[in-house]
Write a protein that binds this ligand. Sequence first.
Ligand code: ATP
Ligand code: MG
Length: 366
Amino acid sequence: TATSSKALKIGLLPADGIGREVIPAAQRVLESLSGPKFEFVTLDAGFEHFQKTGTALPQETIDTLKNECNGALFGAVSSPSHKVAGYSSPIVALRKHLDLYANVRPVVSVKSASTPHQKQLDMLIIRENTECLYIKSERQEVDPKTGMKVAWADRRISEYASKRIGTMAFNMALTRDKLRQQKPESERFWKHKPRVTIVHKSNVLSVTDGLFRETVRAVKEQNAEKYANVDMEEQLVDSMVYRMFREPEAFDVAVAPNLYGDIISDGAAALVGSLGVVPSANVGDNFVMGEPVHGSAPDIAGKNIANPVAAIRSAALLLEHLGYTTEALQVYGAVDKVLSEATYLTPDLGGKSTTSEVTEAILKNL
Ligand code: ATP
Ligand code: MG
């Protein structure tokens, strides 16, 4: 916790592609903070490691994270376009091993000269990370009536997982509110009471989404006093998408089952200009792993033009979850300054700067 003077041990897993460029950038930012002391350990994982050694996630990486680290930063992993025997995604496995049951994505716009027409938003998407259609229980058979193939997928929604993700959503709504109160009124984007939006489709899937909806609602109802100041609303996932594109400023915290969470968070990323600026954290009760939302971007890997902002914000998110709020705000502030000045931007944001130049600019503003 934040009161300990011992160094924080952070596992770094750059993995593949631009992960190897953006994770070192994030490391430099963490190293330059004056508050916490860090000890870094770089760990193997990824598709390239699999091609060299036959494993995408060495046991040593898992053990080091579990036994020695306070948190981790993951870069990105290449996904082979065809099925490769023996390969499975290390990030999915890590979420399981460390019980990182939530994927948390803050999506924040920055007003700048280069994006005058951009929608303004500051929302937090909380995606359930362990079940839904991602249990990957699929099968195919031949329909005797038509003689043609038919495919099925099971979808699991449990009260247990829905309750813990719902609880996280309400707690984070309170935390966000507390942080906002520390800002001067004029700098607060969200001017209302904290709000949790439950995303579902229970008009069609009344059993599965119905359980998700009821369980999240019950979190507030059963903790009426604790969450008295948090408003709760619901959106069917289709109307959620519509409203997010029309009036993204209307959302504070959104909580969704795995698949809907996946879809709405990529959509939200589009609203803020580039995948290259959106961070995430994989959160469990005992461990946090920051991870940029983007992938390994093989098309731009090795050219020193990847946007380091998503990884740097992921490092800030990691700090936030480890209790280093002041330092996290310092990093967010430096990033916002560089983005809004729009002097140093990578090509994905319409600029001409390199990964290193943007990183330097952020370091100067810390
Ligand atoms: P993967 O299979 O690893 O997801 P991908 O080909 O889907 O790889 P993504 O990383 O998902 O690639 O990126 C999608 C697009 O967004 C690519 O064109 C990529 O160049 C761009 N992109 C992603 N991240 C960044 C970044 N940090 N900076 C600049 N451009 C990015
Ligand atoms: Mg991708």
